[in-house]
Ligand binder design. Structure first.
Ligand SMILES: [Zn+2]
Length: 660
């Protein structure tokens, strides 16, 4: 019955595919070979006129999954999944209907939407870029395994404990430390130079006799192909030889690759994620590879960027009901874990945090504990909300001032309210109360009362952790409600993720205080320039980080943005455009974009060489000095204002509530 139902019923939402005509869809269904499509993922054996295998959608030991070639459907008698080739690809690869249709059409050589020639051209271009990446990967692999220059990489892999089988399965390779080995090889294969450049593999020389010819982006680097929908969309490169400030380098954004939208290893993790209902997020390519090698196959990694809600959406669509963030215990790792936990909380996704002991990398830990031991660590991982709560509570003790304790209650409000009502929330409240030395009922009252900002008297005293803007995808994923923070008010019970904060950036995260517009505005103008300038280059970002200026930024949004830029710069993957895009406040984003445009315009056509860097450095250093002086004035002003009695009014009531 289910079989008959599945076939012939319009079970797929047509979604965005207005451009795929019904005739084309029918042609696709007619021409796609379901058996071949399934067989690429599932081993099938003849069973009468049908084929039978182990169901990829539920764990089983005896096969109850059938492919019925006559009817062009699959059906599982164990879990009831059933449908046609498009449905199979949708379910197995977590694709939307148009994505699945497009993928199948590509294989079958059918042009799905000839009525949009522009999109057809773009698709053809993406396919061509995928082929260039494929050729490059083959080149890198040959160097790794067959060329004397690959020795350093083979040794590195052995030292890391990556087996030859693993390295080959992941198609690791080596980009030799030469200027144009790959570009020359691709040219010999008659690959268009413009494609090599667009794929991000070649960079045009700016001057000298070979001006305009390409040199290799990846040099002296172990290459890690990043795959999506069955093709290589980009590479990560780990430095092994030669000079570079970046240990890891990634392909730039291309028409084929948007790093905020791709998860490394998801193609290999998909089955385990679906089976186990859990996705493990690691920080690096080799963390993920190491875990897979040890049999922990639900591990994925972001491609050198902070986590985005699109990443959450990808694993959620793959069947993850729960996430575990496996991040280092260093400052950058803790920041990443904090951000990821906030993102998950905002999306209403259950998440836990595992920090490997003793500063180990996850692949080191699993090598030490073995697979079973690591699974024990995983199951004992701390809930993400508790992790966030502990982070906030670390800052305050029983001896803290009333004001500090009240601030803490405000700071943890969103975290506690993201916990499900009932026991879990009660336990969090107890924990806060205990840490603050306050009666639990008083803390509960303070936490469950509307934020003081909502009472119209004052803004929240402490900036709540910044939540990245949610878009529709993650919003759909959200279960229930969660906090949304803004300087204008704490909108805890609002369905999450729908609007950007309405507050103007100047006030975001500011503490109640006597207004000091002049110094503050000047400081923030300088901060804006500093951020815009440092986004021009990794070295410039690192310069700002080492100056320590960001800690004194009066603008919370810019401070947070700078910190994320530092993390990217350290990872060698500074992505200015994505960072600007991630700014929550429209006004701030626009302003920052404008300043960056100005800077870009002023250096257009200038070669980004040492002289350019030196000039940029000097400009930046002067801005940093100016900021230090202005921020100093601003801090003195704040201290004076804090000493003035009128500023304390916002804290009085809350102070009594915590029963101090
Ligand atoms: Zn099944």
């Amino acid at each position: 019955m289910a079989l008959a139902l599945a076939w012939g019923m319009p079970q797929h939402p047509r979604g965005r595919v207005a451009s795929i005509s019904d005739e084309k869809l029918q042609e696709l269904r007619d021409r796609v070979d379901l058996v071949a499509v399934v067989q690429r993922r599932v081993q099938l054996k003849k069973s009468g006129r049908d084929l039978r295998g182990l169901c990829p959608f539920h764990g089983e030991k005896t096969p109850s999954f059938y492919v019925v070639p006559d009817k062009r459907i699959f059906h599982c008698f164990g879990c009831g999944k059933t449908g046609d080739a498009i449905k199979f690809v949708m379910e197995l690869e977590g694709k939307s209907f148009p994505e699945a249709a497009e993928a199948l059409a590509l294989e079958a050589g059918i042009e799905l939407s000839p009525q949009d020639p522009q999109e057809a051209r773009r698709a053809a271009r993406r396919a061509a870029l995928g082929e260039v990446n494929e050729k490059a990967s083959t080149f890198f692999e040959r160097v790794l395994w067959e060329h004397p220059k690959g020795k350093v990489a083979r040794e590195h892999l052995a030292k890391r404990g990556i087996s030859v089988e693993t390295a080959k399965a992941w198609r690791l390779g080596y980009a030799p430390n030469l200027w144009d080995a790959l570009c020359k090889s691709l040219a010999q294969k008659k690959v268009e130079a413009s494609l090599v450049e667009e794929a991000g593999l070649g960079i045009p020389r700016g001057k000298g006799p070979g001006k305009g010819t390409l040199y290799d982006r990846f040099r002296g680097r172990l290459t890690i192909p990043i795959r999506e929908s069955g093709r290589i969309v980009a590479f990560g490169g780990r430095l092994l030889e030669g000079e570079s400030e970046a240990k890891y380098l990634n392909s730039p954004e291309t028409p084929l690759y948007h790093k905020g939208q791709v998860l490394f290893a998801l193609d290999r993790a998909r089955e385990a994620v679906r089976r186990e209902g859990v996705a493990l997020f690691t920080e690096g390519y080799f963390d993920a590879i190491g875990l897979h090698q040890a049999g922990i196959t639900a591990a994925v990694a972001t491609c050198g960027t902070a986590m985005t809600e699109r990443h959450l959406e990808l694993v959620s669509r793959a069947g993850a009901k729960e996430l575990v963030f496996i991040f280092d215990g260093d400052a950058a790792g803790i920041r990443a874990a904090t951000r990821a936990s906030e993102l998950a909380a905002a999306a209403g996704v259950t998440a836990r945090v595992l920090v490997p002991p003793d500063g180990e990398d996850p692949d080191e830990t699993v090598a030490r504990t073995g697979t079973a031991g690591f699974r024990e660590l995983l199951s004992a991982a701390q809930p993400a909300l508790e992790f966030l709560l502990d982070r906030e509570l670390l800052r305050v003790g029983k001896d803290a001032s009333v004001e500090a304790r009240v601030r803490t209650v405000e700071a943890v409000r969103g975290i506690v309210r993201a916990a499900p009502k009932g026991l879990a929330r009660d336990l969090y409240i107890d924990k806060v109360a205990q840490k603050l030395g306050a009666p639990p009922d008083a803390v509960r009252m303070a936490l469950e009362a509307p934020a003081r900002a909502e009472q119209g008297s004052a803004r929240p005293t402490t900036p709540l952790p910044q939540r990245p803007p949610m878009r529709a995808g993650a919003a759909r994923m959200a279960a229930g409600t969660t906090r949304q923070r803004s300087a204008g008010g704490d909108a805890d019970e609002r369905p999450q993720g729908l609007a950007r904060s309405p507050a103007p950036p100047e006030t975001a995260g500011s503490r109640p205080q006597a207004p000091r517009p002049a110094a503050r505005r000047l400081a923030q103008q300088i901060e804006l320039r500093i951020v815009a300038q440092m986004l021009q280059g990794t070295e410039l970002s690192l310069l700002v980080e080492s100056s320590g200026a960001a800690a004194r930024f009066t603008h919370a949004g810019l401070r947070e943005l700078a910190e994320r830029a530092f993390a990217q710069a350290r990872a060698g993957s500074l992505d200015a455009a994505a960072l600007v895009q991630s700014v929550e406040h429209d006004a701030l984003r626009d302003k920052l974009g404008k300043v960056i445009e100005e800077i870009d315009a002023s250096v257009r056509g200038v070669e980004r060489d040492q002289a350019f860097l030196a000039t940029a450095r000097r400009t930046l250093e002067s801005a940093l000095r100016k900021h230090a002086s202005v921020a100093g004035q601003e801090e003195i002003g704040q201290r004076n204002a804090a000493a003035a009695p009128r500023v304390a009014h916002g804290d009085g009531e809350g102070g009594q509530k915590t029963g101090a």
